[in-house]
Design a protein around this ligand. Sequence first.
Ligand code: NAP
Length: 556
Amino acid sequence: MTATNTVAAADGVNAVKAENKTTRLDALVIGAGVGGLYMLHKLREQGFNVRAVEMGDGVGGTWYWNRYPGARVDVESLEYSFSFSKEIEQEWDWTEIMASQPELERYINFVADRLDLRRDIEFQTKVISMTFDEATDRWLVVTDSGAQFDAQFVIAATGCLSAPLTPQIEGLDSFTGPVLYTNRFPKEGFDFTGLRVGLIGTGSSGVQTIPVVAEQASELFVFQRSAAYTRPAGNRPLAPGELDEAKADYENIRYRQRQTFAGTLRFGAVSVEGVTPPDRRILQTPLEQRIAVVDELGWGAPQAWADVLVDLDANKAGTELYAELIRRNVKDAQTAEALVPHYPMGCKRQIIDTGYFETFNKDHVTLVDLRKTPIERITPNGLQTTDGHYEFDVLYCATGFDAMTGALNRIDIRGRDGKLLRDEWRDGPGSYLGLQVAGFPNLFTITGPGSPSVLANMIMAVEQHVDWIADCLTSLRDSGSRVIEAQAEAQQAWIEHAAALVEGELRASESCNSWYLGANIPGKVRIYMPYMGGLPAYRERCDSIAAAGYAGFAIA
Ligand code: NAP
């Protein structure tokens, strides 16, 4: 059923005044990345009248937007792939251990076509506001394309790392050449050949793109504020027969994945199953023996100790081994020292790379250590630090995201009593299980703050959430209920439980500043946002809550 009316809506950027068509739905899914696509498929299969909206003009979410040269997944593609369809598992052929962005985008497009999902997706449609109508228990969703939705349920599959962060640097707008962002890289690509490039940011995206850009650019300046903990990815093409062998064993692989903390058997090329001997402690090991471990394990050495990620002194000793490895790989002593991080290992996301440190041995690549010489401003033709001016043709930002909450906070979401979600989250993103927020009935968040999300293989985390939400909506329908809402007490208990899990952990300590803590956004409240209990325990908790009639949720 559709209706037509005229509305004025604004999100501060996009003001829309248009003839709007309102579509009445059982459920609206926001986002056509891996979470949105699977949610759409699952609800459609279960007979719900459901549609999805997507800001981009194609499917893929993360793998649609982050199309920068060098973009690649950091767990094995055989595991970072949908497990819900045996057919898709068998039909899709991965070519490398860890797929590149183009291959991942092709895979997600293949899934969308295979399940005929596109007919139910409105592309180039950005949600700007959502209001819960307490009289009807339904959401009115307004978009910038003129489409409006009146939906009983809304499922936000808006992603954890999807709201780009524009660095607050004076003069950014004054740069006269092209300004590129890793997280919004041009669809038609960009040829750096023969150009001088100034790149800001050395997180996962920067570390992946730097070696590739260095191959094309005539000169590359890397502006580094925090050095990265990274190690070689060990990626390679799949050997003949390897894929067939894995496909024949898929059931077992998926079963084992589900037993692991992060839903993956390997991070990069390294197994996560029982790699750190519990009795190997760095502080109880003489220096020569630590160095012997570097000789033996290479980049695996800094973390091959039980105490490194839990004790600050042990962590410093681990970083010393990491520094030793950098010195072995980077010829210029000053550059090598600048590449050593000054914060504990494990604070930020571990990165894996292809040829990162070797790139700094190239004559046309210069590392600028912003810890020593901070940025003063961007100029029309380059960047001024406290030490001098760097002239270049292209400014390239790998500056990250407003993680976990950014995408939802950019939408005007009004729940009960007209309360705005971003106001409710001002002191921290409260949520029950990372699935719902008290005061915002019938709204679900896939991989929301308070769920394992970014600490896990995202596809596995997404599948667990989608399955749970779909079962929940089916159960509501079967019982004739039309509202489900997280209870404030249950939410508070969950927040306290999640906080207790990171209490005393280095990653949440004062020495750490990561996007997990919101520390990359000036003024953002400092709270460790993902759930640290691991996927198996989390799944068990969600299942037992469902089995107990959705304990902690009010159903009407
Ligand atoms: P990020 O980890 O937040 O890194 C942003 C970088 O930009 C940091 O080095 C940061 O420095 C720097 N920066 C930001 N603002 C700056 C400023 N004003 N001046 C100077 N430097 C500035 O973002 P990301 O690299 O896009 O990665 C985000 C997350 O996405 C990753 O942690 C990972 O979870 C995911 N990701 C995964 C993959 C993969 O799977 N392979 C690839 C890319 C991204 P500070 O650290 O000092 O703030």
